[in-house]
Design a protein around this ligand. Sequence first.
Ligand code: TYD
Length: 207
Amino acid sequence: MSGKFIVFEGCEGVGKSTQLRLLKDYLTESGQPAVFTREPGGTPVAEAVRNLILDKSYEISPVVEAYLFATARADHVRQVIMPALRRGELVVCDRFLSSSYAYQGYARGLGFEMIKQINAAALEDCKPDCTIFIDMDPAISWRKQNGKTITDDRIENESVEFHGKVYEGYKRLAEADPTFVSVAPLPEKSATHRLILEALKKRGLIR
Ligand code: TYD
């Protein structure tokens, strides 16, 4: 596999999308082509599964939720991520397996082992070279949103306590996985962006 795989992770409302956009602009301006994609989604089938997962009109049990994310991932890995990595390209993905560990494994209580098992066949040995974890407690980012409704998707709508658990789950993953880079957001978005560039350059993933 000659390509490189970078994943962005973090709780809702921590500025992940802004940082992804800044990275995309930087890579475009510096002539470094990359495939930007997201989970759940990235292919027509995975986007259809995404709509199903996030639809508030369904009640979905934690184990079924984990399978649905893995289903979307299996298609995304086969149709988009692995082909690009085989062509030697740089792939940047908004969320990946670690979201399943943090949300379904930790916050929903399925446990990390079950997430590993459910995703084993979906992954085809596909593993990020680096995971940029935007390290911000959602209790803070939620206050920052000023009580404004963020969206009405099923998972984002969970309680502050649930999102606190997601954060705890991420912290555990970050401690255990040497390919995780925790980036605590600075008040200036551009300063956070520079921290991310530095981390990726140091690992030889971008120039
Ligand atoms: P999205 O709108 O993409 O959220 P964000 O902009 O915060 O990335 O919705 C994806 C939601 O799905 C988000 O709440 C995180 C959740 N999720 C899981 O629970 N497990 C997973 O494996 C993935 C990929 C996402």
